[in-house]
Design a protein around this ligand. Sequence first.
Ligand code: HEM
Length: 422
Amino acid sequence: MEGRARDYANNARMIMDELTGWDWNLVVIPYGPQWRARRRLFHQFFNQNAAKQYVDVQTREVRAFLRRTAESYTDTGEFDIKTIRKTLSAIVLEITYGMKIADLNDPYLLLSQKAIEAVNIGRVPGAFWVEYFPWLRYIPSWVPGSSARKFGEQYYPAVRALRDDRFDVVMNDVSRGTALPSIARKLIEKLPSKVSDEDKYREFGTYAKDMTGIVYIAGVDTQFAALSAFLLGILLVPRVQRQAQRELDSVVGPTRLPSVEDMSSLPYIQAIAMEALRWIPALPLGVPRRATCDDEYGGYTIPAGSIIIANVWALLHDSEMYPDPETFNPDRFIRDGQLNPDVRPPTAAFGFGRRKCVGRHLATNTLHLMIASILHVFNIKPVSEDFSAAAGTGFLSFAQCPPCRFVPRTASAMALINTAST
Ligand code: HEM
């Protein structure tokens, strides 16, 4: 997928993607001009340099998270892991639509849940006969047994609303002059004139809606998975927390909170993020591809059209590159106090070749900032020493985190949280 990137850049689209209305999703758009146009927009807003413009939003939301966690702390209370999801949602939705969310019951988040359900159920291999007998899609939904059409109709409105509604709100705000800064606002301001070129207006408008519509879906659960792995790893191996805090104390010190600019001087924090991505990758089998031409690999013939699944889990648990791979051990990436260039970074967690995750720079900044900030001011402790660890299985994989507590490290750390500006 890297060496012959062009031949394996086609993701495997399913008929259920069309029936449920998910066919606008970049992840399932076949390799070609339609994919390229949308991917170009993504790249423009999320390349390594562009991702820097979101650091202020990330820093503000991470610090708001620290403040809320400190305020809700009690001697016996448990940390509510859902507050991490809220922070991740707040970051991506403000960047994308200039949108503020009050809590996890925000209508946009509820709509997303419904839309994701369509993927989780509709994309399970073998769930619908229509994938094997495509003509079944033409059977009207009132005919008994036409379950695929019926399923699609049930989800289609939510999936389309997810893409369109929020974008339309920003469109109205732009025309009233009240739109907050966001990617959607920038795209709307660049829309060609509807009067002089209606075709271009429609085409660019579609790309813009498709692009913004997928950021929340692609970006929140994946980052949440990485942070769940980090929490579980720290609970299982407490020495990692102590080592990270030693690094933070010496580089950042007691008078301020960590920032994204500190990260180049915090190799151990970077190693923790890498280990979380490696240890329990969010997408253990990546996104299935379809070979575009006949090929041969390792003595096997791969006919055009074959579905190719990359075993990301196996690559990231290769015991030659990562000895004792089932153990959470960020030290594997460190040599002489710096990142060890001889150990392969876990880039497979973000995919391969031309379809590699386009949000990886944004995600990396958020992960670094969350991990460094949390460990700078809190000690993470299990509620009970007697707990077991597990990772969920599925297209998306999450660490199952046992109940834990975020205990303030020191009184001065708490004072820092309250006085820190964004
Ligand atoms: C830790 C966080 C993340 C992980 C582990 C992750 C992982 C992945 C993986 C494995 C793929 C499939 C790549 C392939 O087919 O080879 C992917 C694709 C994608 N990701 Fe991410 N992702 C993360 C965060 C994000 C964020 C924050 C965004 C949005 C800003 C995003 C947007 C996308 C998009 C749009 C694609 C489809 C790319 C294409 O098909 O051309 N991801 N991601």
